[in-house]
Design a binder for this molecule. Structure first.
Ligand code: MN
Length: 209
């Protein structure tokens, strides 16, 4: 089975300042994301040993571990390029992203309002997610707990916001709302558009449309 690796940040650690400080980015990327990569790989290791007859495992516990850590790896792998330095990031989307957002939510402002409140009200730890639904060719906003709970099967995330405390506490303390408001200044809409186009094509191919 394939092992996972920590992808490098697509910009320098201080590139998102003043909205997200270097210290957060270093810890978040080098420590937290690495932990999920290691956790997913450790679960795969156990499964492999089990299949070779070298180890008895608690299958349910290992699968739960894998789901949590693998989803953590996936979400962070999308999260980093979803952001870009102020100036390049921020503003409002155009093209197909704008069209799909208008179609699903009525307007960009309504989408922003929903995504903001969904992210602000995650209980404990989790993510705000904008995802493409290939079954209906629509965008959906999801509230995901941890990294994996309530992430609806088959939906393809194209914009994700980490609202675990490790994503903002060193700079924003308990003021998650302020972190979310500032985060909009570094959203990389070009990356979101790339992901949406790829999700649309993937959906068409997988459904034989
Ligand atoms: Mn995180």
């Amino acid at each position: 089975m394939k092992r996972y690796e920590l992808p490098p940040l697509p910009y320098s650690y201080n590139a998102l300042e003043p909205y997200i400080i270097e210290e957060i980015m270093r810890l978040h990327h080098d420590k937290h994301h690495q932990t999920y990569v290691n956790g997913a790989n450790a679960a795969l290791e156990k499964i492999e040993k089990h299949l070779k007859g070298e180890a008895q495992i608690d299958v349910r516990a290992v699968m739960r571990d894998f789901s949590f850590n693998y989803a953590g790896h996936i979400m962070h792998t999308i999260f980093w390029p979803n952001m870009a330095p102020p100036g390049k990031g921020g503003g409002t989307p155009g093209g197909v992203v704008a069209d799909k957002i208008n179609q699903a939510f009525g307007s960009f402002d309504k989408f922003k309002q929903l995504f903001t409140s969904v992210s602000a009200t995650v209980e404990g730890v989790g993510w705000g997610v904008l995802a493409y639904d290939p079954l209906t060719d629509e965008l959906r906003v999801l509230q995901v707990e941890k990294h994996n709970v309530l992430m609806t099967a088959g939906l393809i995330p194209i914009l994700v916001l980490d609202v675990w405390e490790h994503a903002y506490y060193l700079q924003y303390k308990n003021n998650r709302a302020s972190y979310i408001e500032n985060w909009w200044n570094v959203v990389n809409w070009d990356d979101v558009e790339k992901r949406l186009n790829s999700a649309i094509n993937h959906g068409k191919a997988s459904l034989n449309l």
